[in-house]
Design a protein around this ligand. Structure first.
Ligand code: SF4
Ligand code: SF4
Length: 185
């Protein structure tokens, strides 16, 4: 029969030597490889105490951003949901009421905002599509979970801490990624 490739090898069917039957050469070779690794630099790290530096372009967990006055920037326009190739984003819009100007930047805001992290492919298109700098992908990744529902991140999970009331938590969540509010957008 004609072989499909020219990479086929004939099986060596000669009888094994005594040493081969005792597996001694193979065991010694394996032990040699193991011992050689004892003197090499460890490739493993003690996560979570130790963390590897991420690439500058690493795209991790989403963060819903606030402006310099601590107001939510998202206007529930839906552009991120439309841009999302995985259909991972859902939201419900609501109108800002009188007296809520300190909470929401625009007349409309996202009363509900959810991202299904099991669907998300961390492509970053939602960040690209957002005209308000309201969403960006941070340097942290979604933690493991035993429950599928635990991977549906709601607004409370995504919203960045208020910079006016908790500056330290805000800066920690923002990392080096967040574009500082420009006010004019
Ligand atoms: S990163 Fe990509 S897949 Fe994930 S929510 Fe944003 S647009 Fe959708
Ligand atoms: S995150 Fe941005 S694109 Fe998505 S709904 Fe809010 S304002 Fe619109």
């Amino acid at each position: 029969m004609q072989p499909l490739t020219n990479r086929a090898k004939n099986v060596d069917r000669r009888p094994m030597t005594l040493a081969e039957r005792a597996y001694l050469p193979a065991i010694l070779k394996g032990m040699g490889i193991t011992f050689s690794h004892l003197f090499k630099k460890k490739p493993t790290i003690q996560y979570p105490e130790e963390k590897r530096p991420f690439s500058q372009v690493f795209r991790g967990l989403h963060v819903l951003n606030r402006d310099e006055e601590g107001r939510e920037r998202c206007t529930a326009c839906g552009l991120c949901a439309v841009a999302c190739p995985a259909e991972a984003i859902t939201m419900e819009a609501a109108e800002r009421q009188e007296g809520e100007e300190n909470l929401y930047r625009e007349e409309k805001y996202a009363a509900k905002y959810e991202i299904n992290m099991l669907r998300c492919i961390f492509c970053g298109l939602c960040e690209e599509a957002c005209p308000k700098d309201a969403i960006y992908l941070s340097e942290t990744f979604a933690p493991a979970n035993y429950d599928r529902k635990g991977f549906i991140y709601g607004k409370n999970d995504l919203l960045i801490p208020n910079p006016l009331t908790d500056r330290e938590a805000y800066e920690q969540a923002a990392g080096g990624r967040v574009r500082q509010p420009v006010g004019s957008r």
